[in-house]
Design a protein around this ligand. Structure first.
Ligand code: URA
Length: 205
């Protein structure tokens, strides 16, 4: 991995981090994206949610999880009775990666290398927010947080103990719920997603 942005180590708060992140050129993804999308939420949030990377709408809005996957996430929060305002929401990768299909920008999966380079920023967010519990939504988030590629199928619903009494819970990415076609499969996946978010909310309380 390349050296982090030199003055980023100095960031003492999220506002500084956001400003430094805006200038990040640590990997080539900054070239085609509109802007970096930093995490959003209270500095002292007890629950941190990590998704994959901004999509088309997030790239334009400069805010995480505001597009279709974000709407699934919001619906899930509503169903477990959790306020988004209390949560710090961020992504493993801070720039939108896409391929062009005509004029449409189609989400492209970030590589392990891109996730690893960007994990430097994610770690700083964790250090500044100091959440009690972190939820990794999907394999990219899990890689960003652990440095390992682990199958979500085997990790979901399980708690991992991190430093400083912090815990990590893995769940599926909301976009996965959107893709499922089979009704039965979809119902089970929704149930599991809601169970995971409810568990995380309870552990954050
Ligand atoms: N998908 C993500 O993983 N994060 C976003 O912010 C939007 C879509």
């Amino acid at each position: 991995a390349p050296a982090p942005t030199p003055d980023a180590a100095e960031a003492q708060n999220l506002a500084d981090l956001r400003a430094q992140l805006a200038a990040c050129e640590n990997c080539p993804l900054h070239r085609d994206a509109t802007q970096t999308v930093c995490g959003a939420g209270p500095t002292n949030a007890r629950l941190m949610i990590v998704a994959e990377q901004p999509g088309d709408q997030e790239d334009l809005a400069g805010a995480p999880l505001v597009g279709p996957a974000g709407r699934v996430f919001d619906e899930a929060l509503r169903r477990v009775g959790c306020a988004r305002d209390d949560i710090y929401v961020t992504n493993a990768v801070k720039h939108f990666k896409f391929t062009l299909k005509g004029k449409r920008r189609i989400h492209a999966k970030p590589s392990a290398g891109e996730i690893d380079i960007c994990s430097w920023w994610l770690r700083r967010e964790v250090e500044l927010v100091r959440p009690k519990i972190i939820v990794a939504m999907g394999a990219s988030a899990l890689r960003g947080l652990t440095g390992e590629t682990l199958p979500v199928r085997e990790s979901r619903g399980k708690l991992i103990e991190l430093a400083e009494g912090r815990r990590l819970l893995t769940t599926t990415h909301p976009a996965y719920l959107l893709r499922l076609q089979d009704e039965q499969e979809k119902r089970l996946a929704w149930r599991a997603f809601l169970d995971d978010l409810a568990q995380a909310a309870q552990l954050a309380a």
